[in-house]
Design a protein around this ligand. Sequence first.
Ligand SMILES: O=C(O)CCC(=O)C(=O)O
Ligand SMILES: [Fe+2]
Length: 167
Amino acid sequence: MNFRLCDYNPETAAPHSDNGCGSHTDYGTFTIIFQDGTSGLELEGANAPGTWTPIPGDATVILTDWCAVVPSGGRISTARHRVRRVLGVRRLSAVLFVAPDLVVPLKPLEGVLPVRMFSDMVMREDMDVDTFKQVMGKRWRYREGNGEMINGEGTTQDGEIEAFIWA
Ligand SMILES: O=C(O)CCC(=O)C(=O)O
Ligand SMILES: [Fe+2]
């Protein structure tokens, strides 16, 4: 379990950017987001990529993540989300990431027949949570607006993550 306090402070990096936290999915089982009443969090429609729904700033939100998708055999999907910033407005959030231990293999639960084929690595039980978490963590600073992309890297890691998980 990890607990992160986020301060979207207008005084810090890139004060003119409206990107608080770029579009992403979280690696763990589920994420609970406690907000300070300031809006900015947005959820992508599960069946409508590119459609973003703003979440009221006083809502507490539970999102499902990759370490739920794989054990469920693909029955649970990831909740893609992002944070928009309003110029000059500070926003605080407290985020609880719940995930399996790092050594746990990321695979469908015993007796669960996947509804979609997973990669060989997943099916061979060759991918543990730690390996997957590292893949997902690579571009975190960029998404937070605190890092530059290295030439040639895309702004999202979607392709790389999908290739790790799905056949
Ligand atoms: O600050 C928020 O509301 C969400 C932050 C987030 O998505 C994350 O840290 O993974
Ligand atoms: Fe997140």
